[in-house]
Design a protein around this ligand. Structure first.
Ligand code: UT7
Length: 319
């Protein structure tokens, strides 16, 4: 695993100076204390993805030329095109890889993980980098108190390789549902509303979120799919060693853990430090917990995000 977190820490106290909010509200409603912000205007999601990839290559002492595929999950690509994954590929010198982005918002890492897993299982690819990278500060309106308190910047990822071992990615259940897409969306900048003076004036290049409906569906969706994957694989709360949840709101995570009948000590939570980094939340949890993970540990990864997209993955830790 590899990761990248910008140095700059944006605290709740600092947000109190920007918008009408307070530390107590943010903490009790979301669980967030601070988030990281990439301040350097010359650096964006590709840079963070490349840094995460570099850490993986160094750890494993790999030649970048050995990488077959790079998938970057992101909703904050450096450009509409070319893909952020192509820019990161050049930064790390992975000249034999084919590289592409995957857009599934907060479920991006899980959707990319399924895609990468299937590439490995096909037998055609031996080394697939799956990275979630989001510079959410680039699309956050720091005058909107309902969204600016939530998001942070960061990247993290994993290297997937074939294994004959029983400790592998075992199951995935993924869902999408487009009928509520307008409740969590960046309206401007795509082909529907190309950038114009009007789209800028109307703040259409920022995240738009209707918090309550998203909260309701996220709480149901993440808990339902986590319980579903447990049932399908005959797992009880005692069997699961770790829940690795998307970090959007501590209340959503707690509700999911309760429905799974999990001891709270088995739930990875770092939302207090990083906020919601969209595609990076799940791999950043895995990274933070890497020294506490043991071979054979049973992990359930779960996410919910814009689209809507949601899903769960069941795996046994391989190293
Ligand atoms: O990761 C992708 C998926 N995204 C999510 O899962 C996020 C889901 N939504 C949420 O996490 C929550 O809905 C929020 C954290 C965004 C908001 O929490 P909430 O408990 O749903 O609050 P609310 O939107 O119902 O607002 C409650 C009150 C409102 O005031 P009134 O209308 O009751 O007078 C808001 O204006 O809190 C007010 N409020 C704030 N007050 C202080 C909203 N934002 C703030 C703020 N500081 N930053």
């Amino acid at each position: 695993m590899g990761h990248y977190l910008p140095d700059y820490i944006l605290t709740n106290q600092e947000l109190e100076k920007l918008v009408e909010t307070n530390d107590e509200w943010i903490l009790t409603r979301t669980g967030i204390r601070e988030r990281r912000i990439l301040k350097d205007p010359d650096k964006a999601s590709a840079f963070m993805a490349a840094e995460a990839a570099r850490e993986i290559l160094e750890q494993r002492n790999l030649d970048p030329a050995e990488i077959d595929v790079i998938i970057v999950a992101t909703v904050t690509p450096d450009y509409m095109f070319p893909a952020t994954a192509c820019i990161a590929q050049t930064m790390i010198g992975a000249n034999n890889a084919f590289a592409f982005d995957l857009s599934a918002a907060c479920s991006g890492f899980l959707f990319a993980l399924v895609t990468g897993t299937n590439m490995i299982e096909s037998g055609r690819y031996k080394k697939v980098l799956v990275i979630g990278s989001d510079k959410m500060s680039a699309i956050t309106d720091y005058t909107d108190r309902t969204t600016c308190i939530l998001f942070g910047d960061g990247a993290a990822g994993v290297l997937l390789e074939p294994s004959e071992d029983e400790n592998v990615i075992i199951d995935n259940i993924m869902h999408s549902e487009g009928d509520m897409s307008n409740t969590l969306i960046q309206f401007g900048g795509g082909s529907r509303n190309p950038a114009s003076h009007e789209t800028v004036d109307k703040k259409m290049h920022y995240i738009y979120q209707e918090g309550r409906p998203v909260f309701k569906r996220a709480t149901e969706g993440m808990a339902d799919v986590s319980v579903e994957i447990m049932k399908k694989n005959n797992l009880s709360g005692d069997d699961v060693d770790w829940l690795v949840p998307h970090q959007a709101n501590l209340r959503i995570i707690d509700a999911t853990a309760r429905r799974m009948n999990l001891d709270p000590a088995k739930v990875m939570i770092n939302i207090d430090k990083y906020g919601n980094t969209t595609a990076a939340t799940i791999p950043l949890c895995l990274y933070d917990w890497k020294d506490r993970l043991n071979k054979g540990d049973k992990l359930v990864l779960a996410a919910f995000g814009g689209g809507y997209t949601w899903g769960a993955t069941y795996l046994k830790w391989a190293i």
